[in-house]
Design a protein around this ligand. Structure first.
Ligand SMILES: Nc1nc2c(ncn2[C@@H]2O[C@H](COP(=O)(O)OP(=O)(O)OP(=O)(O)O)[C@@H](O)[C@H]2O)c(=O)[nH]1
Length: 558
């Protein structure tokens, strides 16, 4: 993986993590702000409803309590069969009933189970307000028997009014004797339907208000089918509890805790985060002692904090990421990759023994610039050193080559050196028809010199003879010591008739040639054979012919 790719991946990971962290932090902070704001909103809503929505009910309840404190009614309840007390009580009640919202009242007596009811529709004085006699075995009358067996002082009972065919909120208020035994239940009824409509009308789209009993049985709710009628008469299992509206056990537990806290702090709002209808909702709970109910308000948090509002942030994050990656890409490119490429080119150029000067880009970091400068200096010295070394090696090689081609005693070409020269002449002959001749020379009686004067003098003679041949040939060809006392000459001269030619000169000097050897001067004699180059000649064939000629000459002059 390239450095650039590594850097880009590292930067991308850092940015994505940072972005994600920021996004979550913002999200958490925003949620906290919105939750607090929704709490305030719910609190206001609850207090508003406590005062405004329940006002008719609390007023009705207060009126019922006042109604229950009328002395004449209390006295009659103690002695229901006393017609005088009955008349006084009913007269008082009749005068009082206009204080109730629908001009009705009821009085249910414990001692004789008689239920008296009076409203604008029952004006027949003869019949009186007696409606009917309550029966403990009659299901619709169960509320009465449940209440007198309870320890409550009042109870709001939601129950149908069978005579009118409507559902009413009954403000049942208990009258007790001195011993605390219930002697009557009195009160009035509020029509539930317009009351509920009032609640629904007051609710906004963001909240759902519910009124429940202490155990959570729903009393008032926008969905009428969830209301528990005659709640007091029902078994626990039959009741529709507010907790059943919630999606999971945790939410139910949270709400129950809020109920417990709220019960201990009347008129103070407590909150719980719950899941209802598949969404998160903030439940605000308020205990209203005046009616002995809880008021619960559900608000959908996500209505105030939609996730879609955060998509803009993600787009900004994405754009920032792309911008950062492009910036980092170019920074790496100019600061690192370009200088490294320069270095690479420079290193490659060294292989060709040239120097590409690595030039740092102007955006390159100072560290890399310093490295490149050092590298340039080092590579320059390296090249100079290499060049000197090569020159020395070449010179030495040439020297060794020459040594290998020369005869150590005479400094003439040896066999190998001479062979190379002959190959050149042969090539030139084959390519350019440049003719040449080979002269074969063998000294006569050289053995005698050795034997007579010693080997060292023999060597001197050989050296002197070599010098002599060199002078004779000069620049007209090449001379070699073929071995022992044999010498070869190769020359472009082919017309040996010329007085100045090499062959003629040798012939002239033979028999009279005097050479210095140590302190001696010796007369030297030699035999010569030669051969001009012929078509398709090889090195061996031309030497062979010259050799033969030389032998012929040797025999001839012996
Ligand atoms: N001093 C000396 N003698 C050498 C050297 N190389 C060969 N010889 C001698 O040269 C002689 C050459 O032999 P030959 O050519 O038969 O002797 P030659 O007396 O010249 O005989 P012909 O050619 O028939 O006249 C031998 O005795 C070798 O020992 C050398 O480097 N130094």
């Amino acid at each position: 993986m390239t450095i650039k790719l590594r850097f880009l991946i590292a930067v991308a990971i850092i940015l994505i993590l940072t972005g994600l962290f920021s996004w979550l932090s913002i999200r958490v902070a925003t949620e906290e702000i919105v939750t607090n704001w929704v709490k305030l909103y719910a609190e206001k809503q609850l207090h508003y409803d406590e005062v405004r929505t329940l006002l008719p009910l609390t007023q009705e309840l207060e009126t019922a309590k006042e109604f229950a404190s009328i002395e004449e009614i209390i006295a009659w309840a103690k002695a229901p069969n006393d017609s005088h007390l009955k008349e006084l009580a009913l007269q008082k009640a009749e005068n009082f009933r206009h204080r109730f919202s629908d001009n009705s009242f009821f009085i249910a007596l414990v001692k004789n189970n008689q239920y008296y009811y009076r409203d604008d529709n029952r004006q027949d004085a003869l019949k009186g307000p007696l409606a009917y006699t309550l029966n403990a075995n009659n299901e619709p009358d169960a509320w009465f028997y449940s209440l007198i067996n309870s320890s409550l002082d009042f109870y709001i009972n939601i129950n149908p009014d069978e005579n009118l065919g409507v559902i009413k909120l009954w403000s049942d208020t208990l009258i007790r004797d001195e011993q605390g035994k219930p002697i009557a239940i009195v009160g009035s009824g509020l029509d539930l339907t317009p009351f509920l409509q009032g609640i629904v009308a007051k609710q906004d789209i963001n909240s759902a208000i519910t009124f429940t009993t202490l155990e959570g049985a729903i009393q008032l709710y926008q969905q009428e089918e969830l209301i528990n009628y005659a709640d007091i008469t029902k078994q626990q299992a039959e009741k529709k509890l507010i907790f059943q509206l919630l999606d999971d056990e945790i939410s139910k537990k949270e709400l129950q805790q809020s109920f417990d806290i709220a019960k201990n702090s009347p008129h103070l709002v407590t909150t719980a985060m719950v899941k209802k209808d598949g969404v998160r909702q903030l439940a605000s709970v308020l205990y209203i002692p005046e009616v002995n109910w809880f008021q619960v308000n559900f608000v959908e948090i996500d209505r105030f904090l939609p996730w879609s509002k955060f998509s803009g942030f993600l787009i900004v994050l994405l754009v920032s990421l792309i911008f950062a990656l492009v910036t980092v890409y170019f920074l790496i490119q100019f600061i690192m990759i370009k200088p490294l490429n320069e270095l690479k080119l420079s290193i490659l150029s060294l292989e060709d023994h040239t120097q590409h000067i690595a030039t740092p880009h102007r955006f390159a970091s100072s560290e890399i610039t310093t490295v490149l400068q050092h590298y340039n200096r080092t590579s320059q010295s390296l090249l100079e050193y290499q060049s000197t070394l090569e020159e020395e090696v070449n010179a030495r090689t040439a020297e060794l080559k020459k040594i290998a081609q020369l005869d150590s005693l005479t400094q003439l070409y040896n066999r190998r050196g001479f062979q190379e020269q002959v190959v050149k002449y042969l090539d030139n002959w084959q390519e350019n028809q440049q003719e040449f001749s080979l002269i074969y020379i063998d000294m006569d009686y050289f053995k005698k010199i050795n034997d007579t004067y010693g080997h060292a003098i023999g060597d001197s003679v050989l050296k002197s003879f070599a010098n002599y041949l060199q002078k004779v040939v000069a620049d007209k060809g090449e001379v070699a010591r073929w071995g022992g006392d044999e010498f070869l000459i190769i020359t472009n001269e082919t017309n040996h008739q010329d007085q100045g030619s090499i062959l003629e000169k040798l012939k002239q000097d033979n028999y009279s040639l005097m050479l210095n050897a140590g302190e001696q001067t010796l007369k030297i004699q030699f035999s010569v054979g030669y051969s001009d180059v012929l078509e398709n000649d090889s090195f061996e064939s031309i030497i062979h012919r010259a050799d033969n000629k030389m032998y012929e000459a040797k025999h001839h002059h012996r």
